[in-house]
Design a protein around this ligand. Sequence first.
Ligand SMILES: Nc1nc2c(ncn2[C@@H]2O[C@H](COP(=O)(O)OP(=O)(O)OP(=O)(O)O)[C@@H](O)[C@H]2O)c(=O)[nH]1
Ligand SMILES: [Mg+2]
Length: 451
Amino acid sequence: MPDVPLLAGMGGMNSSQYQTAHAGRRAILLSRNDDTGEYESLASTLGIEIVDKIIQRGKPNPRSYLGSGKLQEIAEEMEMSGPGHLWHRVDLVLIHDNLKSSQLVNINDALTIETWDRVRLLLELFTRHASSAEARIQVRIARLLADRSILRELTNRETMGERLGYGAGGQTGWNNIMKAVGHEITRLRRRLSKLDASMSERRRQRSRSGALTVGLAGYTNVGKSSLFNALSGKAVLIRDQVFSTLETTVGRMENKPRILMVDTIGFIDNVPAELLDSFSATLQESLSCDMLLLLVDASNEPEEIRRKLATSSREVSGRIKADSSPNTIVVLTKIDLCTAEQLQEAKEIVHYYSPFEAIPVSTMSGGGIEELRSVILTQLHGPPVQVNIIHPEESSEIELAALVARVHRDALVIDIEVEKELTKIYGWIDIASQSRLTKEFPTQINITGKS
Ligand SMILES: Nc1nc2c(ncn2[C@@H]2O[C@H](COP(=O)(O)OP(=O)(O)OP(=O)(O)O)[C@@H](O)[C@H]2O)c(=O)[nH]1
Ligand SMILES: [Mg+2]
């Protein structure tokens, strides 16, 4: 890849030398509304300190987001921001919304300082958290797509004679850079599709082996990875940060009957489809499942619950293939942080989205986890059954013990009751194993509902 001196969106960085450590940077935030909390937490996840917020209420200006007068004012203030000024050492301007490339370039021209919109902020976050080959390629593609639209804008301006001084070689130089970016995107997409193919092959193998899968979905930071750990016992990264998880992890929830669980990336509002599409294979891994858990943070304010639930369910339903719609159960997370009234309100909100009753859990206290496990098992394998072992006539202890052990091998046992002529084993056992058992031991074993 050639070095592309891009200003808007990336400061004076060369695209081959992205600055990935942003901790300690000082920024000012420009916004058109007061609702900047989530954005600020995205920035602070990267260690960026927002030293000042400039809020100009109203509709974004189509040319430069803020009016040109306001931008001029900010540029002048910046000029004067020496030691002692609140803006001293500010080297980044953050924009609360997603911008058109032309707006980004215009702001950047007016302020001559590195400028990020919301997409760029998310891309920086993704870059930092991408830890698998798959996630790194996905993020790189998403970045190049965003870079390309800025490049296109700059190329157009140079062609129109509106803007000079970027790169040597004039228009031909720009066209070569655009071509190189295009080739790089194609190359990465090819690599990604190979990874996707091996992912779907693994999925096919899993389903051939008779394993059923439970997918996790929900807004970022809702507690997906924590629940995954609690149910599968497999350690994945949990952090009080948005987008800790960018890739798929499959873990085993139960061995008999075999149930796998899939943890993956979360959702967030206002992400352009193009950006989320880079992660579509990762999301697909979790959504191509036999049952989906849609997580909702019960400790959020009601408005936030509504907003996040609307985003998550829209993303889920837009991505699930029509022929493979899994049953979806809403799980209310972090209930250790809520009052009984809060939990009740959360239940009422989610009731509109799912016909199934929401399951409240806390991975912190462990509350509700076993109930959820049993709901998952029942949903996938039907209600628990009762395996009756008829005691051998000569009451051979060894023979009976062997039969009990044999049932244990196939079943997730909840309870055992020993009666005079009968041992009742109560638990979950998949249909195939049920018929195998009754075929193998037609006179000693029969299976019924719970008596
Ligand atoms: N109090 C409390 N905190 C929880 C609970 N479950 C998760 N958390 C916290 O919520 C934060 C996010 O948890 P994660 O499991 O990483 O959430 P996630 O949905 O995987 O997040 P991303 O992968 O970043 O999208 C962490 O700080 C967890 O410790 C819970 O039941 N109670
Ligand atoms: Mg996670």
